[in-house]
Each structure stands twice: as C-alpha cells, then as structure tokens.
Write a protein of this length. Structure first.
Length: 217
C-alpha cells in the first residue's frame, strides 16, 4: 500500500508548478489533427527551474526533477483536445520509487481541473479527477485509490507507455498495452495535456518523457 497519501496533495505547491508553464501558450480551439511530439525541440512546453522543481526539454526528452519532498508538478503543452487517444512514454531516471508520474489530460485552466493518469516506480497506479489544482478535490475514478498492477515496469531506467482512450465521458486506461480499467466521468470534455511528476515524501524523483501523442476522434 502507498501509505504516504490518500491522495495527499491538498497542500502541494502547484502555484510554483505553474512557473514551468510560463512559456506555454494556451489555445482554446480544439485541435483538428493529430499531435505527435518527440521532444526534439522545446515547442510550447512549459520549462523552468525553482527551488522545488526543474523541467526542460533535453536530448530528445522532456525531463522533470522534483526537489521537494511533496507535491504534484506539471508542465503543459499549450494545446486543446477533446475525444481521442492519448499516449506518452515515461522513464524514471533517478530517485525513490515511491512516487507518481504520468500524464494529465483535459486540463481546464479556467477551473484548474484535470484528469490524472499516473503510475509509480514501485508498480502502483492512480487514476482520477482533480479540481482547484487538487487542493479542494481529488477523486479516484478507478480502483478506489492507488492500486498495484503487474503491467507497470518497475524500477529505474525502464520505459512505461501510458495510453488513454477518451470518448465523451467514457475513458479506458492502459499501461504497456494492458487495460487497467474503465470509467465514466463528464466533468471535463476538453482541455490541455501535461506531463507530471509527484513526490510522496522524498525528493529527487527524476523522470524523462518522450513521444507524447494525441489522435483526435
């Protein structure tokens, strides 16, 4: 069990996290074509550094290092998507395995809400919805809380591929081609995408993201 939180992000410093998004340009129009980013260039992804977190495109990946003991940190792409297939590759490079990392989708900046799909270095999964930057509401949508899955490749320097198929309120979640669960939730219909890393009691979590793609429906 992940005892360090029952989604303990009620006091996380996401206002600091948003520093990573200062170069990100918000777009309100739905993207009509596919999106594929291999991080060969910075593009519109938020980047920057603070005492708590660093994030930047480097050597063909987006790399994020969390230096704080606690907190969920994100960097957005400055895009807008609704229904479609969302995929990203994530590799933990360094740090404690008790963590969280993955993607956010349908990020709504007007309400600071989004859907979360994260895994951990020790083989757990959390899928849920957050509003008000997770400060007032963080609701698990699959499995009741963190749940263990053998589909997650554990440890350092191992790649995991996260995939979400979103069709209206219906969402299906996969890791490395294995379905983890399905849910129905209609609170957000469209929004930005983001990579995210969460510290759960220890600093030093470093994760590299690559090949973020969205195939709109």
């Amino acid at each position: 069990m992940k005892s360090s939180r029952a989604y303990t992000i009620s006091a996380h410093p996401l206002v600091v996290v948003l520093i990573l998004a200062i170069t990100s340009i918000s777009c309100s129009l739905l993207a009509s074509g596919p999106f594929n980013d291999s991080f060969d260039s910075a593009g519109n992804w938020g980047s920057g550094s603070s005492p708590d977190v660093e994030g930047q495109v480097n050597d063909g990946v987006y790399e994020m290092l969390v230096k704080s003991n606690h907190g969920l940190y994100l960097a957005t792409a400055g895009k807008n998507f609704g229904d479609g297939v969302y995929e990203v590759e994530a590799t933990q490079i360094d740090g404690p395995l008790n963590n969280g990392y993955g993607m956010l989708f349908r990020v709504d900046e007007s309400t600071d809400s989004f859907y979360v799909f994260e895994i951990s270095g020790d083989g757990y999964v959390w899928i849920g919805y957050c509003s008000d930057l997770c400060e007032t509401e963080a609701v698990s949508l699959v499995g009741g809380d963190w749940f263990r899955s053998p589909a997650v490749n554990t440890g350092l320097q191992v790649k995991n591929r996260l995939r979400v198929e979103a069709d209206g309120p219906q969402m299906t979640f996969f890791v490395n081609g294995v379905e983890l669960g399905r849910t129905s939730d209609n609170r957000i219909s469209e929004g930005d995408i983001a990579v995210m890393v969460e510290a759960l009691g220890q600093p030093g979590v470093r994760v590299a993201f690559d090949n973020f793609s969205v195939e709109p429906k």
